[in-house]
Ligand binder design. Structure first.
Ligand SMILES: [Zn+2]
Length: 223
């Protein structure tokens, strides 16, 4: 175990846990939680496709627009499309309006995508998105992973790395060092355990994982 290793810097690119034990974590907030933003923490904010049916007007988008100006709002997200949830047309409308908003900034976009990779790709293309793109908790197959890597997108992986029966393990092994992130999302896992698992799957040290993620972070967030 490398838990005490000074050379490892843990970045949790997407979490709902405000007390994440990462050295740097991007905490995801929904618009209704924006009042909770603390100056010393880093966030992503966005309207999740699961909550679009609770929206009554565009006021949440207005709220987002104002909050996005803050320096510690590092990214817009998680936003996206989910075929397993209702109101797909409305999801598309809300996603596109947030993409347009993201286009007015140079902040990365954290995408939630379930069984809608074609639709998401088309929207990113139609809207001519130049921002860095992170597909969080990536669930696509190797072919989609390869296409996204070619486009320079980042793919983020979480506790599914522990699931021996899912395709996530084998997909993760094929993603180049330059294109991945790690995350805890809403799980109870420590980001440290996810780094450890990632190093085992890629047959490298936790330091190597840490170096890759750190350099990807700097590139993606233009630091
Ligand atoms: Zn999430």
């Amino acid at each position: 175990m490398n838990r005490e290793n000074q050379n490892v810097y843990y970045i949790d690119i997407h979490t709902h846990n405000i007390n994440s034990d990462a050295d740097l974590s991007v905490i995801n907030l929904y618009p209704k939680e924006l009042a909770n933003v603390l100056p010393e923490k880093n966030y992503s904010i966005g309207i999740h496709p699961w909550v679009v049916n609770h929206l009554t007007n565009d006021s949440d988008t207005e709220l987002l627009k104002n909050q996005l100006r803050k320096k510690n709002i590092l990214a817009i997200g998680e936003i996206g499309l989910d075929k397993l949830k209702p109101e797909f047309k409305l999801q598309q409308y809300v996603f596109i309006s947030q993409i347009k908003l993201a286009n007015t900034t140079n902040k990365p976009i954290i995408i939630h995508c379930v069984k809608a990779f074609g639709e998401v790709s088309e929207i990113l293309k139609n809207e001519n998105v130049k921002n860095s793109i992170i597909f969080h908790r990536f669930s696509g197959n190797k072919t989609i992973a390869e296409q996204f890597v070619k486009k320079g997108y980042y793919l983020s992986f979480g506790h599914e790395l522990f699931h021996t029966k899912s395709k996530v393990q084998s997909v993760f092994k094929t993603v180049p060092n330059e294109n991945f992130f790690l995350e805890t999302d809403d799980s109870q896992y420590s980001i440290k355990d996810i780094y450890q698992k990632a190093s085992e799957l890629r047959n490298c040290t936790v330091e190597t994982i840490s170096d890759s993620v750190r350099s990807n972070f700097n590139k993606c967030f233009r630091i």
